[in-house]
Ligand binder design. Structure first.
Ligand code: ZN
Length: 197
């Protein structure tokens, strides 16, 4: 005699229209449509801190939502008028924010190219790590980044993870020498993606 068990609950999708469950949503107006038929196959890793080297404030989310007060800090004057965004931000404590649906085109890479294809914003997902170029990153950030990549790879045909520096050489250096690509590769070893600093 077999005991009947209730059917397992259907897994809740980690994604809803390009938004990742578990990320705090801070919707940015800085996005647009991806070109029709684009395969989203690349993740670009960045670093950002505002003011540079200061962590934990709300200036990054203000920047990405066009609410940064240019007079609040001398270094904000030059960046407050930028219209930029990324899909995700990983805070120092591993907290995850999402600004743009991954189905849409965020404005993170600028003039860039990857393996002969220009304009990486069209086909990439941009992930900012709260940090300073050259500075180290926190263990919680590697763990959250790896977990986020796992969710991304399960949903999108991403097969490579690289740096902003790699896609915009001579113009950008982030996430910088303090970012440990080997640690990321070890943390995310189960994923079938290439890590290309
Ligand atoms: Zn960048």
């Amino acid at each position: 005699m077999t005991r009947s068990e209730p059917p397992p609950a259907a897994p809740r999708s980690a994604w809803r229209a390009g938004w990742l469950r578990g990320a705090r949503r801070v919707a940015s107006p800085n996005f647009g449509p991806r070109p029709a038929g684009t395969a989203i196959d690349l993740v670009v890793v960045h670093s950002i801190s505002l003011p540079p080297g200061e962590y934990g404030g709300d200036a990054i989310e203000r920047l990405f939502t066009n609410r940064l007060d240019a007079s609040a800090h001398p270094c904000f004057e030059t960046v407050a008028a930028l219209r930029v965004s990324a899909h995700f931000l990983v805070r120092r404590d591993g907290g995850l924010l999402q600004f743009v649906s991954c189905d849409e085109r965020a404005w993170h890479a600028g003039a860039s190219s990857w393996r002969g294809r220009a304009d990486c914003n069209d086909f990439s997902i941009g992930i900012e790590l709260e940090g300073l170029e050259g500075d180290r990153f926190e263990a919680a950030q590697y763990e959250r980044l790896a977990a986020t990549l796992s969710s991304i790879v399960a949903r999108y045909p991403v097969h490579a993870v690289t740096s902003h520096a790699r896609v915009a050489p001579g113009r950008k250096n982030d996430p910088g020498a303090g970012f440990d690509w080997e640690l990321l590769a070890r943390t995310a070893h189960a994923l079938a993606v290439e890590f290309i600093p």
